[in-house]
Design a protein around this ligand. Structure first.
Ligand code: RET
Length: 232
């Protein structure tokens, strides 16, 4: 039966509900806590709140779509969300570095372009507009480039030279999020499309978990660094 009422045992639906509310709470938290941090960190918290706020809104739609279609992936809504929130995360990287040091804008554009390549490939693969394996390979290449950039490229050098401990702590946490946190997404994609037969339920559960980690924990990492730095 396709209806909006939550039934026991429907774990994927439950995860859509839980994450919707977690995103709302996180959004309120980041905006309210903005008062507690010094001037240069306020923009970072604003962006963190925008990311969870935009996600909350999309989660309401995804939750409804999942329930009313009786368990079909809300692929379009998910990618609309990612196409807005992933660039915002890249902006966040840049803002954190720019708060304490000078960064060339080329870095920002390289990260933006590579993350866009990653998402466009994923979208084309998930909507069957491109071969799912080829799309996966292109998406992985975009993501690996970002990892290279923040571990060995200019972003890492700028961060090492900045001399601001709180910002370096935030940068290192963000690095972990982009490496380990973001790794959950290709795992979801692989479960959804690369195995024998597609598993929309597990894939959405994994994507939902990934969004929880990467949008809320991501904001909390910035918040922790901002509070520590503001106490000085
Ligand atoms: C808030 C949403 C976030 C941080 C979304 C991130 C999404 C990814 C890191 C997606 C990565 C993918 C690959 C690395 C390869 C296969 C296709 C994707 C798009 C699932």
């Amino acid at each position: 039966m396709k209806e909006l009422l939550l039934k026991s045992g429907d774990h994927v639906a439950i995860s859509f509900w839980v994450i919707s509310m977690a995103m709302v709470a996180a959004t309120a938290f980041f905006f309210l806590e903005r008062d507690r941090v010094s001037e240069k960190w306020k923009t970072s918290l604003t962006i963190a709140g925008l990311i969870t706020g935009i996600a909350a809104w999309h989660y309401f739609y995804m939750r409804e779509a999942w329930m009313l279609t009786g368990g079909q992936s809300p692929t379009e809504i998910r990618y609309v969300d990612w196409f807005i929130t992933v660039p915002l995360q890249i902006v966040e990287f840049y803002v954190i570095l720019a708060a304490v040091t000078t960064v060339a804008s080329g870095l920002f554009w390289r990260l933006l372009v590579s993350s866009t390549v990653m998402l466009v490939a994923g979208y084309l693969g998930e909507t069957q507009a491109m071969n799912v394996t080829l799309a996966f390979v292109i998406g992985m290449a975009g993501w690996l480039y970002i990892i290279y950039e923040i571990f060995a490229g200019e972003a890492s050098k700028v961060n090492a030279a900045s001399g601001n401990a709180a910002s370096q702590k935030a940068f290192n946490t963000l690095r972990l999020i982009v490496t380990i946190g973001w790794a959950i997404y290709p795992i979801g994609y692989a479960i959804g499309y690369l195995g024998s037969g597609t598993d929309a339920g597990t894939m959405n559960l994994v994507y939902n978990l990934a969004d929880f980690v990467n949008k809320i924990a991501f904001g909390m990492a910035i918040y922790a660094a901002a509070v520590t730095d503001s106490k000085k």
